[in-house]
Design a protein around this ligand. Structure first.
Ligand code: IPM
Ligand code: MN
Length: 343
């Protein structure tokens, strides 16, 4: 059991408030458990852009490279210049976004427990856009067999280790994007044959968007291409009460990055009302990944404890404003720490 180097990007808007909560949780673990972390503060985002002319300056990049894992708050206007660069550089190919109904949060159904597994390196996210002539733009959508196979494998493996439904649905638009999404769907189909214990189905993305609202509890693992995954994961988060509870993992072979699904929310920034749960649940996912990678079971338990602390507070109606409560960011974090001290 070592000391894990966590690079921490504070982010913009509500980012600093959320990362303050995150820092307090990690410091609590440092002081009270066997889990030990070195927190390395990273400058990146809108402020870094103003200060250095770069949203992700070289020295920040270098510091992230030297860390074991990255925890990131939401970035504002310059988000794409930070997160897309990091996803590409570290080849963080799987964007894993759980959406769960938690107690006493208004959800379309009380039994939602799904995960969007979003391909995270290709599609229109390569940003290859060109002016064909003065009034026409061409965007390239890149879909490779390698990336399709890798994300499909990830989705089926994730289904195997999950309790319950063990379903994978491949979401695509192969009736229009015949070649690119045709490839994606065919590879998912091929990979599904290797996993007879997992129920496999396919949905067009428009039908998936509708069914996510109509029968969200029917979904287990959604595997999809990058842009559809971006959109459907926001929708899934809203189905279970909003983005305030939505964590995300960006998983690579060697390195991973954890962050809330949502953005910087400038409209509520600095008011001490943001829900830190998306960030704290991202820490949970980070601890699970570190636990796996470094074979450190204790981290897994600490991660579970964080989620259990949040669940226990929700059951007592101890909530932030976005999900119908009255607690401030700091008050909610204090209560999470109080819960943790009982475990
Ligand atoms: C997300 C965000 C990013 C994306 C933006 C900020 C580039 O919306 O992580 O979902 O589109 O992937
Ligand atoms: Mn998004």
């Amino acid at each position: 059991m070592g000391k894990y180097k966590v690079s921490l990007i504070q982010g913009d808007g509500i980012g600093p408030e959320l990362t303050n909560s995150a820092r307090r949780i990690l410091e609590y673990l440092n002081d009270n458990t066997l889990a030990k972390f070195d927190i390395i503060e990273i400058e990146a985002g809108d402020d870094a852009f103003i200060k250095y002319g770069q949203a992700l300056p070289e020295f920040s990049f270098d510091a992230i490279k030297k860390s074991d894992v990255c925890l990131k708050g939401p970035v504002g206007e310059r988000a794409a210049d930070v997160i897309l660069v990091l996803r590409r550089f570290f080849d963080l190919y799987a964007n894993v976004r759980p959406a769960k109904s938690y107690p006493k949060i208004k959800s379309i159904s009380p039994d939602v427990d799904l995960v969007t597994v979003r391909e995270n390196t290709e599609d229109v996210y390569l940003g290859w856009e060109f002016n064909a002539d003065s009034d026409t733009v061409v965007t390239l959508r890149i879909i490779s067999e390698k990336a399709c196979r890798r994300i499909a494998e990830y989705a089926f493996k994730a289904a195997i280790i999950r309790n319950g439904k063990k379903r994978v649905v491949s979401v695509h638009k192969a009736n229009v994007l015949r070649k690119s999404d045709g490839l994606f769907r065919n590879i998912c189909r091929e990979v599904s044959k290797k996993y007879p214990g997992i129920e496999y189905s396919e949905l067009y993305v428009d039908a998936a968007a509708m069914n996510l609202i109509r029968n969200p509890e029917d979904f287990d693992i959604i595997v999809t291409t990058n842009l559809f995954g971006d959109i459907l994961s926001d929708e899934a988060a809203q189905v279970v009460g909003g983005l305030g509870m939505g964590p995300a993992a960006n998983i690579g072979e060697q390195f991973s990055l954890f962050e809330p699904v949502h953005g910087a929310a400038f409209d509520i920034a600095g008011k001490n009302i943001a829900n830190p749960s998306s960030m704290l649940l991202s820490i949970k996912m980070m601890l699970e990944w570190l636990s796996d990678k470094f074979n450190d079971v204790n981290l897994y338990i600490q991660g579970k404890n964080i989620e259990n602390a949040i669940i226990s507070l929700l059951k007592k109606d101890q909530k932030t404003k976005d999900i119908g409560g009255r607690l401030s960011t700091v008050e909610f974090t204090n209560l999470v720490l109080e819960e943790l001290s009982r475990y």
